[in-house]
Design a protein around this ligand. Sequence first.
Ligand code: ATP
Length: 347
Amino acid sequence: MPYKIALYPGDGIGPEVITEAKKVLEAVGADCNFTHIDWNTTLYAKIGKCAPDDYLDKLKNFDAILLGALGNSHNAPDHIAVQPLLGMRRGFDQYVNLRPAVLYEGVECPLKNKKPYDIDMIVIRENTEGEYTPLGGRHYIGTPYEAAIQVNYFTRMGTERIIRYAFETARTRNRKHVTSITKSNALIHSMVLWDEVCREVAKDYPDVTWSSMLVDAAAMNFVRQPEIFDVVVCSNLFGDILTDLAAVIIGGMGFAASANLKPSKKYPSMFEPIHGSAPDIAGKGIANPLAAIMSAAMMLEFLGDEKNAMRIKHAVQSHLKESKVKTPDRGGTARTWEIGDDIVKRL
Ligand code: ATP
């Protein structure tokens, strides 16, 4: 049975990079049946919504969703444009946000004296609760007494399952080390729970070493000594910030892929480049599609087609190593489609 894939390009450079990801999936011979989803901020201009009300129902029978990017502040407020993204993460209980950060051969690293693979980490971000719950409210709006409350919501269950996923992932890797990101010296309820749960979970994994690091120290160490990280596990907000930093130290947003996983496969998982819709370069044909292509490889791997996932990864690695065809973000002049074509040629 072919995999049922919802192709959801979205806004800005989303359609440009998803076109290349699809091209690569077809070239590698992945057994996928694609359905095009045309929800984005242009729809908002027409009907006042960025997706139909029953968007989760419409997506729930797919095996996976391959998303480009959402948001164009000219058409719709950003917090409305990203609602379907947050809705899918929560509605499909995609509690694992997986973001590998690897410094590949041929890629210029902005940090001094880093060799290929000196940076080789995977950041596992909690994706359904924490600081991004839509709980809270505004009071006395528009007055000098105006107040805003945003609730940070951490459950034992949500914390335990993400930390457990991190330890399980560490088991499959060479270094088998987990760094748990915390801020329990200041966030004395949520992060103290996080630390307690981490200590308990760690007892079940005597073969995995682990350490705890404050998020501010982690930000510093991502720049100062990124080689110390193997598996990094963090809350929603900390993961969001640290993974943008991770994307930059491996050479830029153009390479950073991600997966939003429901590990049991009860609901579809979603795969997307970390970058946004990049309105500054949208429509110019110069976006780097590698993050979308690598996200498509992560999708195949999760669905069980490991062979084709590896073929795409190797093609991307050889493309980067040779570094002849480069988009402007890497100092080249190539167009988006030329990158897709080059990957296809290598397949
Ligand atoms: P969001 O909040 O949705 O992440 P943003 O505007 O903060 O959006 P991006 O859209 O990711 O962030 O863009 C940040 C910068 O990186 C922009 O200058 C953009 O042009 C650049 N950029 C992002 N993705 C790519 C890409 N695939 N290829 C080249 N440049 C990119």
